[in-house]
Design a binder for this molecule. Structure first.
Ligand SMILES: Cc1cc2nc3c(=O)[nH]c(=O)nc-3n(C[C@H](O)[C@H](O)[C@H](O)COP(=O)(O)O)c2cc1C
Length: 345
């Protein structure tokens, strides 16, 4: 369990926000597979939310199967982030996260994201205003967190002092992606520096993030750094069952078995089903056309299946491409917690 302010997470494993990937369907899929303590929306623009822009409302969509749900906001010091945070609470967020790490030009050059790492004093003030607004609105029930990088570049390793100052203004937890902004996604996440952030704060949980790709990584990284939780991004696109495996390992000390080929096919079918439920056919097709290669990376030789999914013109055709690959005589996936119980409509 991981305590973030008044919110108790059932596991210390968090699904990372990833724009274009962590929509409602994928968040629910990961939760159904087990082991996810918290999942959040992708980054949401404060102005767009407040004026009710259609795309932002779609990105902010959540429901009772998506709990607890964080909503991640981005903006700069003069943007209406406190107001957007209150809006998010009123639209289903159990946690508000402030994006202080996005390195993408269109965000970091003017609107926020990593830009906030460059003016620590102003950013801490902004965080304090958001905390106050949310605290007043919810009576302290909804925590506000921040997701940061180590700093803009190695000459500006601000993460330890920033985390400490964010704690002082009421930020309830800080997630640290162990890269500098200038690295974008290259090189390796620096977990030693994440450990320095853990040392710097008084009591709030630090959640480590970066290059978690195997079920044993969360346990190893928590041991190495003393961080309280682990956030998993790209690894979950390939193996959304990794949360369940990592959680099993954390609880029991023993590794769980790799899901069978059949079980993986079932996961893909379930993902398609959830997409059908929550997004348009066009969006569902677009999503699965891209995602099938991530899934395929752990499925051995299945090129004909992947090709057929990529060429499919409807989600029904996608199912028809996958179904024949399931060997019905060998249907077992006990360690996934994934089976007929997942039937919500
Ligand atoms: C395609 C993509 C989109 C991302 N979008 C967001 C985002 O909306 N908000 C955010 O805080 N981080 C975002 N990130 C960063 C991830 O949350 C995470 O910090 C990063 O990928 C490192 O973790 P990983 O190595 O486990 O993927 C994104 C990363 C990727 C690859």
């Amino acid at each position: 369990m991981l305590q973030i302010g008044a919110l108790t997470l059932q596991t210390p494993l968090l699904l990372a926000p990833m724009a274009g990937h962590c929509d409602l369907a994928f968040r629910i899929l990961c939760r159904e597979l087990g082991g996810v303590g918290l999942a959040s929306t992708d980054l949401l623009n404060s102005h767009a939310l407040l004026r009710g822009a259609k795309r932002s409302l779609e990105l902010a969509a959540t429901n009772e199967f998506d709990r607890p749900c964080g909503m991640q906001l981005y903006g700069n010091w003069s943007d209406p982030l406190p107001e957007a945070a209150v809006w998010a609470v009123d639209h289903g967020a159990q946690l508000i996260d402030i994006n202080m790490g996005c390195p993408v030009d269109k965000v970091a050059k003017k609107h926020g994201g990593s830009l906030l790492l460059c003016q620590v004093g102003d950013t801490v003030q902004l965080a304090g205003r958001i905390v106050n607004a949310v605290c007043k609105h919810t009576n302290g029930r909804v925590p506000v967190t921040a997701k940061i990088r180590l700093g803009w570049d190695p000459d500006r390793f601000v993460a330890p002092q920033l985390a400490r100052q964010l704690e002082d203004v009421g930020i309830a937890a800080v997630t640290v992606h162990g890269r500098f902004t200038c690295q974008m996604f290259s090189g390796e996440a620096d977990w030693n520096r994440i450990g320095e952030v853990v040392e710097a704060v008084k009591a709030i949980p630090i959640i480590g993030n970066g290059d978690i790709t195997e079920p044993h990584h969360p346990r190893d990284r928590m041991r190495q750094t003393g961080c309280s939780g682990i956030m998993i991004g790209r690894g979950s696109l390939r193996t959304p069952w990794m949360f369940s495996q990592a959680w099993h390992l954390l609880q029991t000390g023993t590794a769980s078995t790799e899901p069978s080929f059949n079980a993986k096919c079932r996961v893909i079918l379930r993902h398609i089903e959830l997409l059908e439920k929550y997004v348009s056919q066009a969006t569902a097709l677009d999503c699965m056309h891209k995602r099938i290669s991530w899934y395929g990376k752990t499925m051995g030789h299945c090129k004909p299946m992947k090709d057929a999914v990529r060429l499919a013109k409807s989600t029904l055709a996608m199912r028809d491409a996958i179904e024949p690959w399931i060997n019905k005589d060998r249907e077992v996936c006990p360690s996934l917690g994934f089976g007929p119980q997942l039937t919500h409509n």
